[in-house]
Write a protein that binds this ligand. Sequence first.
Ligand code: CP
Length: 298
Amino acid sequence: MKNILSMSQLSNQDVQNFINSALEFKNGRTSDIGKNKFAVNMFFENSTRTKSSFQVAEMKLGMQQIVFDAGKSSTKKGESLYDTCRTLESVGANLAVIRHSQDEYYQELLNKNFNIPLINAGDGAGQHPSQSLLDLMTIQEHFHRLDGLKVAIIGDLSHSRVAHSDAEILTQLGSQVYFGGLQAWYTSEFQAIGPHKTVDELCKEMDVVMLLRVQHERLSQEENAEFSKEKYFEQYGLDMRRVNLMKENAMIMHPAPVNRGAEIADEVVECDKSYIFKQMVNGTFIRMAMIEAVLKGE
Ligand code: CP
């Protein structure tokens, strides 16, 4: 596999291979497959987890990094994404990890002459494959399977690349996906996948309750002006009353960043049922597995 761009390119066996490889890394396997190779992490949207865990994963695999700061790059002088990528390829990058606000930004690169392996670290409201794979790894570690589970995704669905990626792949793997949050965000692509329920109903019935933050940066001025954090939390937020409705073995997940007091109560973030920081631990290992796969061309 030269590029990892979308969960829709992965078979169930591919998913399992990534998880198995990530578990091996978690259990101590090492690799120097990246020795004498350079990675460039090109984040045109903000990131804490994804960027830093790709950095750690690259270093653990022996790669060196070309420092790239989108805000200080020549894109600010009008250079296109394609020319920027070709430049970094020309100066010696062997791997590009890119996050960009434009859905499927990578199509132009692939249609032209960009030739080094590319991992999509998030495209607009499109896909977030590394987040999705680490979510699957975390679910599998807990339930020892990825089929036959009931998973709720609650929140800002339509703007979320995590919702798009996870809903699609969990369905492909044989789990049932349900949705919660504002009806306006439960758009046709989600209606085609699973039903919409109240947060109380979802908490009672689900094996996994996955929360999403409200992506204010993707809302219109009008939508942001109308938004009330308190009202949202009351109707859709996960507080301890709702956690206590959940099944004993159920998991709380969130790709983070979390907005405490908006979609999740402060005391829920690190409660017994929360896997939020365990997801981040797995993020480094799944990204090692992804980088190894593209460097091998597997
Ligand atoms: N989950 C996630 O993508 O977090 P960052 O935006 O901090 O990378």
